[in-house]
Design a binder for this molecule. Structure first.
Ligand code: EPZ
Length: 434
């Protein structure tokens, strides 16, 4: 068990190459199950969620090798169609294996997925999609058993909400189904495009990725390929906001500004100077951040819910009152009481938070409620007066590779401390610039 210990008040500066996208690599690794052959995925971040995905692949009988940020999966001799309840509970995206396993083996045994507790997160749209393609679904005793009735057959799938995960499952299942599938009101996130690019490189016939209507012409067989995962747009937003709240000047290398179209304008509204050069994004912070009128989370290309907590920290020290509306998840303001503990003035009720900016936050001991909420507390610690201790770092490790190293490289003062034994706390000092 560890905590991040942060000495606030340093201006961040320098440049950083952004890691590969967690929300892209997880469905792509699951998709390798569909391919009877070898795939190598490059720019694969080292995260607890990718390690959990690799555990699932191995439990299905795939051979997996990691070489730095490249992961090779050989799923030629897949031997199981079941994922244990324990592995399913470790993360939300375990559910995306459903489409890949059924597509490859014709049946699958899973259970309701785990993951960050940011809302009810049902999987009704996932099960609706698999039923539409000719799969019987039996639920009972905490398990979900799916079996292809006769043959997987293309069909029209119309989602009531553009769910990312359900769109991924529909794509994975229809890729090798007989005939054509049309997915209407599909998710349009960049991670969906990356998954389709990967599958098309393996011989799939998918068009319309990134649009609300995706068409999949089923093919007999898919073969292995090499694929480089896109960079993580939410991690990019995190480092840009770290610069903004510390009055810093940071450049992100290959951050792909097109994926940040709903984020960069809000940073400019808060007074940050944004410079784009090809795929690089530089942010120079103002002396004092300005309030942001309204932050409303929406499916892509709208403002990402995964950046909501990060912006909550930003507007908590901005000049004026900002309003945040969380439209995607029911309970994604769990970071608010922790920020209030640090001196922020935020009233959150239901899906709306009103933030009255304060001049300064103060260091405190706070608990990460989930992945992005935890990252938001680290950002708060970087700009706070004094020392902040952020507990439950295991949430943050799900999505951020080398977080303390990267922040130290940008002149931040943060270390990871082992707190498994409260009395004899051992110190694991990363580079601390004196
Ligand atoms: C993906 O989750 C991301 N996770 C989430 O990022 C992200 O917040 C979310 O998309 C929205 O952008 C991964 O890609 C691994 P959804 P997912 O299905 O697929 C409801 C992070 O911090 N819904 O688009 O689970 C659901 O309850 C994580 O990196 C149903 O009602 O999101 C939610 O309110 C957190 N029924 C909304 O749709 C369903 O069957 C969006 O969920 C499925 C979803």
């Amino acid at each position: 068990m560890s905590a991040f210990v942060i000495n606030g008040g340093r201006r961040l500066s320098g440049s950083l190459r952004v890691q590969g996208s967690k929300n892209s690599v997880l469905p792509i690794l699951a998709a390798t199950v569909l391919i009877s052959g070898k795939c190598t995925i490059h720019n694969c971040p080292r995260l607890s969620d990718t390690e959990c995905t690799i555990k699932i692949l191995r439990s299905l009988g795939c051979k997996v090798y990691r070489d730095g940020n490249s992961v090779t999966v050989d799923s030629t001799s897949i031997s199981s169609s079941e994922i244990s309840e324990e592995l399913m509970r470790e993360m939300r995206s375990s559910v995306v294996f459903l489409g890949a396993i059924i597509g490859r083996i014709g049946e699958a045994m899973v259970s309701a997925p785990g993951g960050c507790e940011i809302g009810l997160r049902p999987i009704d749209l996932h099960l609706y999609a698999v039923r539409k393609l000719g799969v019987d679904v039996e639920e009972g005793y905490g398990r979900i058993y799916c079996k292809v009735k006769n043959k997987l057959k293309g069909n029209k799938i119309t989602f009531s909400f553009p769910s990312v995960g359900a769109t991924e499952n529909a794509i994975l299942l229809s890729a090798t189904a007989k005939g054509s599938t049309t997915i209407v009101n599909a998710a349009r996130e960049p991670e969906i495009i990356d998954l389709c690019d990967f599958l098309n490189s393996c011989g799939a016939k998918i068009s319309g990725a990134g649009e609300s209507i995706i068409t999949v012409e089923g093919v007999e067989k898919l073969s292995g390929c090499d694929h480089t995962v896109i960079c993580d747009r939410i991690v990019s937003a995190t480092y840009l906001i770290a610069a903004a709240v510390t009055g810093g000047d940071v450049e992100l290398i290959s951050a792909n500004p097109n994926h940040l179209n709903s984020v960069l304008p809000l940073l400019e509204e808060s007074g940050c100077d944004i410079r784009i050069r090809c795929k690089d994004v530089r942010l120079k912070a103002p002396m004092r951040l300005r309030r942001i009128d309204k932050i409303v989370t929406q499916p892509f290309p709208g403002f990402p819910t995964d950046a909501q907590a990060l912006f909550t920290t930003l507007v908590s020290i901005a000049d004026g009152t900002s309003v945040i509306v969380e439209n995607i998840f029911e309970s994604r303001f769990k970071h608010v009481p922790e920020l209030v503990r640090m001196g922020a003035r935020i009233r959150a009720e239901g899906r709306v938070a009103v933030v009255d900016g304060v001049d300064r936050l103060y260091g405190a001991e706070v608990f990460s409620p989930d992945l992005r909420g935890g990252a938001a507390l680290v950002l708060a610690g970087l700009c706070a007066n004094g020392v902040t201790k952020v507990r439950n770092t295991e949430y943050i490790d799900r999505g951020y590779e080398d977080f303390t190293d990267n922040l130290c490289m940008l002149n931040g003062d943060i270390i990871r401390k082992d707190i498994s034994d409260g009395r004899a706390e051992k110190k694991e000092v990363k580079t601390r610039r004196n």
